[in-house]
Design a protein around this ligand. Structure first.
Ligand SMILES: NC(=O)c1ccc[n+]([C@@H]2O[C@H](COP(=O)([O-])OP(=O)(O)OC[C@H]3O[C@@H](n4cnc5c(N)ncnc54)[C@H](O)[C@@H]3O)[C@@H](O)[C@H]2O)c1
Length: 305
């Protein structure tokens, strides 16, 4: 049976190693033509696809797939634009963008200098923004696009020593939420992945038993789903060891505090009620919160609260 990915053109960033390599191989195995992006620095200081990227292309080609290696530092907008221009020359379209490239500069916040904070924002946040910016007009013209942003449980739930990385990875949610709204009328769907896998990035942090289970290949089915024709949009999938979840931002119904009952003690007395997840729901956009609060306040006032 013909795969829906045949004829699709995909760019996977940071695809020379780890999760990106798995995503690239999985997309190619489904018939997509894949651009394997990673940093490329030659010994003489010039730029060219890295040996590791070329190895991934060889693996894909040996398995009967189609891929090319191309270099760009994701944090350099000019290099990213040039890569996307080369992709258009080669393939004439870009259907799928998997923003995956990244690295760490862990330190406690007390010891972290601002340069390391900015570097991580530059690579994870601006790196994703640079690539989305370059493919956005193409996807809009095609009226088709699938974008995955790589978030992390560090940003969604927190992790010691990763204030820079956690900030960047939580930023993926904000980017997804807005691009989802702006891309909808042009058939562009935007989702987040929160993976966990044994890669160079997590070397030394995992037990021997979990390393086997946390094979990066066990994450990639989530990416295939998130970039498929029937993909959802504005969804966060958690993935690791072949286990898949969704992570959702919910807001509780809210509690109306009447004027005169808004002191710290009044607030504290109703805090448990504010936190009660019964009736909690996600919102379709920012102004849904405004309308919800106005409705709740008016209803409470009418009841004489
Ligand atoms: N491994 C995990 O458990 C885990 C958990 C949560 C999130 N993530 C995220 O998943 C993504 C992939 O991580 P991984 O574990 O496979 O790491 P990895 O270190 O194995 O691979 C990352 C790749 O990105 C490339 N890269 C780094 N900076 C780049 C740049 N400026 N431009 C282009 N390429 C660049 C590296 O050369 C490398 O090939 C990252 O965004 C990471 O933050 C990983």
């Amino acid at each position: 049976m013909k795969s829906e990915f045949e004829g699709r053109v995909a760019i996977v960033t940071g695809a020379a190693n780890g999760l990106g390599r798995s995503h690239a191989r999985a997309l190619a195995a489904e018939g997509a033509q894949v651009v394997v992006n990673d940093l490329g620095v030659r010994v003489d200081g010039g730029m060219a696809p890295s040996d590791a990227s070329l190895r991934v292309v060889e693996e894909i080609t040996a398995a009967g797939g189609h891929a090319v290696a191309d270099y760009a530092d994701v944090s350099d907008a000019a290099q990213v634009d040039a890569l996307v221009a080369r992709t258009m020359e080669r393939f004439g379209r870009v259907d799928i963008l998997v923003n995956n490239a990244g690295l760490l500069r862990d330190k406690t916040f007390a010891k972290m200098d601002l340069a390391d904070f900015r570097l991580i924002l530059d690579i994870h946040v601006m790196g994703s923004v640079n690539f989305v910016k370059a493919v956005w007009p193409i996807m809009r013209d095609q009226n088709y696009g699938r974008i995955v942003l790589t978030s992390s449980s560090s940003g969604l739930f927190g992790n010691f020593g990763q204030s820079n990385y956690g900030t960047a990875k939580a930023g993926m949610l904000g980017l997804m939420n807005v691009l989802h709204i702006e891309g909808a009328r042009n058939g562009i769907r935007v989702n987040c992945l929160a993976p966990t896998a044994a890669t160079d990035m997590t070397k030394g942090l995992l037990s021997a038993e979990s390393v086997d289970l946390l094979d990066p290949d066990s994450v990639s089915p989530a990416v295939l789903f998130l970039v498929s024709e029937n993909a959802p949009s504005r969804t966060i999938i958690g993935a690791g060891a072949g286990v898949f979840s969704t992570i959702q931002v919910l807001e509780t119904p809210g509690v109306y505090l009447p004027p005169g009952k808004r002191s710290p003690a009044d607030f504290a007395a109703r805090f448990a009620e504010m936190q009660d997840l019964a009736g909690a729901a996600t919102l379709d956009g920012a102004f849904d919160q405004t309308e919800k609060f106005v409705r709740a306040a008016l209803a409470a006032i009418r009841k004489g609260e």
